[in-house]
Design a protein around this ligand. Structure first.
Ligand code: TRP
Length: 457
């Protein structure tokens, strides 16, 4: 059951892997979620905390996941089983597979909105916007429309399935190499426009000058949640991608690059959003609609606005696509490795499942009063799914992975996997301490805080 019948695919090159993994990490979490969470949490001080968590928790957990995957050459369940047979550890992998499909379902709804906005921008819907309220109204009405949201969800999952069908080197890697550089260029162009708008300085100050009075336990928890989500950690996505890395590559360097690119894109996205936001006199704590409301108004003021507007939402769709690919790939690798399914069958069934599970999220933006305000929790379905999976499950997953590597597999074995083929493990004593002590303790403290206060991330 555990031995795949065919030879396992591998990434064709180191840069191919780094781009694919950066593609997984860079997504709506960076360009859509990071700016609005930063806005809600008071700006620069939050950004600083976020970066600290990326370095102290993100990098070591990333390295741990990649090493587990490459060592075992298996999906998350198989990987834990291979390293720790006859234990409960494979359940951590299973939790990852389930969480991946769950996140895929609602993430694709939001990705569908971005694709819908691409179509709208092409059609000139954002020309001659007279006020921010108008832009905000367009968004609210759009996400309320059940047919459109479900149709875009479907289109998006079909595109995800199409790429995953092509496999690792011929599908995911090939597309990442085309799509990621395109994303970088467009983001830079838009940022240049944003920082040269009138009154951009107020936005830059909010974003870059820290006010430590704004840090509290809630901000700290949000920063950690955002760091894990943004790096695609805590559910075995990186175990899966790691399982296709060649033994020749230096894992520590690859992990470093992926974290660096992801952080750069998030930080630059803030530079793109906040100056524009302040220039238009909008509230930085505007919540999830931020990107959809602010950006159409910037495009309207640019020469060639339709081109940039459509280009931006297309690329946001692309960034989301390289992320959903990784979410789907976890379950697909699981069924291919463990049950010898054909890739095709796994892709069809798993993306179909994500579509069905995504429907309640697609209907939760006001189209259905039950789904937009669930009993007991008083949250919309999408928000609730995000708290449960995107926050709790990933945080618990990251905690268990750090404990697994620190205490079960051991730093020695981790190090042996990293230093295979004469690769160097930079800063080994430092990372050993971080994985064994700092990561678990920091995550447990934050989880306790959320449980005791009932504050979400
Ligand atoms: N990191 C992606 C983003 O920032 C989302 C994502 C893709 C993800 N795969 C994941 C998040 C796995 C958690 C786990 O948009």
């Amino acid at each position: 059951m555990n031995t795949p019948s065919k030879k396992r695919d591998v990434w064709g090159s180191k840069i191919g892997f780094v781009l694919a993994a950066a593609g997984s990490a860079i997504g709506l979490g960076n360009i859509w979620r990071f700016p609005y969470v930063t806005g809600e949490n008071g700006g620069a001080a939050f950004v600083l905390l976020y970066i600290i968590f990326i370095v102290l928790i993100g990098v070591p957990v990333m390295l741990s996941e990649l090493a587990i995957g490459r060592h075992a050459q298996r999906n998350p369940v198989g990987a834990f089983r291979k390293i720790a047979p006859k234990s409960l550890w494979p359940l951590v992998g299973l939790m990852g597979v389930v969480t991946g499909i769950g996140i895929l379902s609602y993430y694709s709804v939001i990705a569908g909105w971005t694709f819908g906005y691409f179509i709208k921008a092409l059609g000139g819907s954002f020309s001659n916007l007279t006020s921010a309220e108008q832009s905000s109204q367009i968004f609210t009405e759009f996400v309320k429309n059940p047919y459109q949201c479900i149709a875009y969800l479907f289109v998006f999952l079909t595109a995800t399935g199409f790429v995953v069908l092509g496999g690792i080197s011929g599908g995911i890697e090939k597309w990442a190499k085309i799509l990621m550089p395109l994303l970088f260029v467009l983001l830079l162009l838009l940022t240049l426009r944003s920082v040269t708008l009138p009154n951009a300085k107020a936005g830059l100050e909010f974003y870059l000058a820290p006010n430590f009075g704004k840090i509290n336990a809630g901000t700290i928890a949000s920063a950690l949640g955002q760091a894990l989500f943004s790096l695609s950690l805590g559910m075995g996505a990186m175990i899966t991608y790691g399982s296709y890395i060649s033994k020749k590559d230096n894992l520590a360097i690859s992990a470093g690059y992926v974290c660096l690119f992801d952080t750069l894109i998030a930080v630059v996205s803030g530079l793109m959003i906040f100056p524009a936001l302040f220039s238009m006199g909008l509230d930085p704590s505007g919540g999830p609609g931020l990107v959809f409301v602010v950006l159409p108004s910037i495009f309207d003021k640019m020469p060639g606005g339709i081109f940039f507007g459509a280009g931006f939402f297309l690329l946001l769709t692309v960034a989301a696509l390289t992320s959903t690919i990784s979410l789907l790939e976890v379950a697909v690798t699981y069924f291919v490795d463990e049950f010898n399914w054909q890739r095709r069958r796994a892709v069809l069934l798993m993306s179909g499942l994500a579509f069905v599970l995504g429907i309640p999220s697609a209907l939760s933006q006001g189209a259905n009063s039950l789904l937009s305000n669930l009993p007991l929790v008083h949250l919309g379905f999408l928000d609730f799914a995000n708290i449960l999976l995107g926050n709790y499950s990933l945080t618990i997953g990251a905690l268990l992975i750090a404990i697994f590597v620190g205490y079960k597999w051991g730093i020695k074995n981790l190090s042996a996997e990293i230093t295979i083929e004469n690769n160097h493990f930079y800063g080994r004593p430092f990372w050993a301490i971080v994985i064994r002590y700092l990561c678990p303790v920091a995550i447990i403290v934050i989880l306790l805080y959320i449980l005791l206060t009932g504050n979400y991330f």
